[in-house]
Design a protein around this ligand. Structure first.
Ligand code: UDP
Ligand code: MG
Length: 327
């Protein structure tokens, strides 16, 4: 029997995880650049594309490519689950000793991966890529991003590096730990910060998108930003509490003033304006603080439903055993 046995393939050393959402325009250039990267890496590698419910023909193209090159694999979601979930699914399916997450639009240049790998070889478990400059992005995006990363680091005790997106390399050890985090509300860059381990960075200049348009319109970015804060900080809740206390204090003083005025002054207090101002201010505050609490309640609601994080329509290019272990 031993004669007919297929030679064992060498274990995969590197897994690249690339989320794809309507990226047809960039796929040919991406595959070309990834090809060069795979050839340059010093061990067997795989690329896991996660098609996040794209509405274009990208998945068909990738499935075709995967047939021709056994290093390419594709996970197709049943619908759009979002970037952070797509990354998670790719990492769940990755077999490598080192797993690298990068965007499809080549804003995370594949050449930087060699630097990530060399840090990993020095013994770091998490190597993230920090953008020191961003090219071809709007002033608005740069300014909001700069503000956000600073706000986030003040709001949370977890060390979440500034100006770092999801472009990073993680060791098998860190990945296994990451996979034990079951939370639904996923802010992947924060979760890796929370994990600890030995972490380091390499820096790079972020080029503009190679083709196509951003898949992060303003509202999606805002949602990610809010999720990031809510899942890594309780400060907004404490802020609601202290603001509530302060406003109650002011109200008590105003009330006292009104009563004293009524008791000791002959003047008839008309006071319509102040009533309106106070009532509307207090109801505004109330709604705002209820909203803050609501964000956390929403988070709890999502958790207790215990739904799976994502639904896979199809795994393409994986050996059966691996998928069986992952569904
Ligand atoms: N993406 C995704 N699902 C989404 C939105 C985006 O998988 O719902 C992927 C997208 O294909 C890309 C990465 O996430 O690979 C980053 O998106 P994009 O480059 O549009 O974001 P930006 O760089 O503009 O912030
Ligand atoms: Mg991009």
């Amino acid at each position: 029997m031993t004669d007919s046995k297929k030679p064992e393939a060498a274990p995969i050393r590197y897994s690249l995880v690339i989320p794809i959402y309507n990226e047809t325009a960039v796929l040919p250039i991406l595959l070309q650049r990834i090809g060069a990267l795979l050839d340059g890496l010093d061990g067997p590698a795989e690329v896991i594309f996660v098609d996040d419910g794209s509405r274009d023909a990208g998945a068909v193209y990738l499935a075709e490519m995967a047939k021709q090159d056994s290093r390419l694999k594709l996970i197709r979601f049943s619908r759009n689950f979002g970037h952070q979930i797509a990354i998670t699914a790719g990492m769940d399916a990755a077999a490598g000793e080192a797993v690298i997450v990068m965007d499809a639009d080549l804003q995370d240049p594949p050449e930087v991966v060699f630097e990530l790998v060399s840090k990993w070889k020095e013994g770091y478990d998490i190597v993230y890529a920090r953008r020191v400059r961003r090219e071809g992005e709007t002033v608005f995006k740069k300014a909001t991003a700069a503000f956000y990363y600073r706000l986030l680091s003040r709001m949370t005790d977890v060390s979440i590096p500034r100006d770092v997106g999801d472009f990073r390399l993680v060791s098998r050890k860190a990945l296994d730990a990451f996979r034990m985090m079951p939370e639904r509300d996923r802010f992947v860059r924060g979760m890796f910060g929370w994990l600890g381990f030995s972490q380091t960075e390499v820096t790079y200049t972020r080029p503009p998108r190679a083709a196509g348009e951003t898949k992060y319109p303003f509202w999606k970015m805002l949602r990610l930003a809010v999720h990031g804060i809510v899942s890594f900080s309780e400060k907004p809740l404490r802020f609601a509490l202290w603001t509530g206390l302060a406003v109650s204090g002011i109200s008590a003083l105003t009330g006292l003033y009104a009563v004293l005025g009524w008791m000791f002054s002959d003047e008839v207090v008309t006071g319509w304006t102040s009533t309106v101002v106070i009532v509307s201010f207090l109801s505004g505050m109330n709604l705002l603080m209820t909203g803050v609490v609501g964000l956390y309640v929403g988070g709890i609601h999502a958790e207790v439903k215990r739904r799976p994080l994502y639904i896979v329509d199809e795994y393409i290019g994986f050996e059966d055993a691996r998928i069986a272990g992952n569904v």
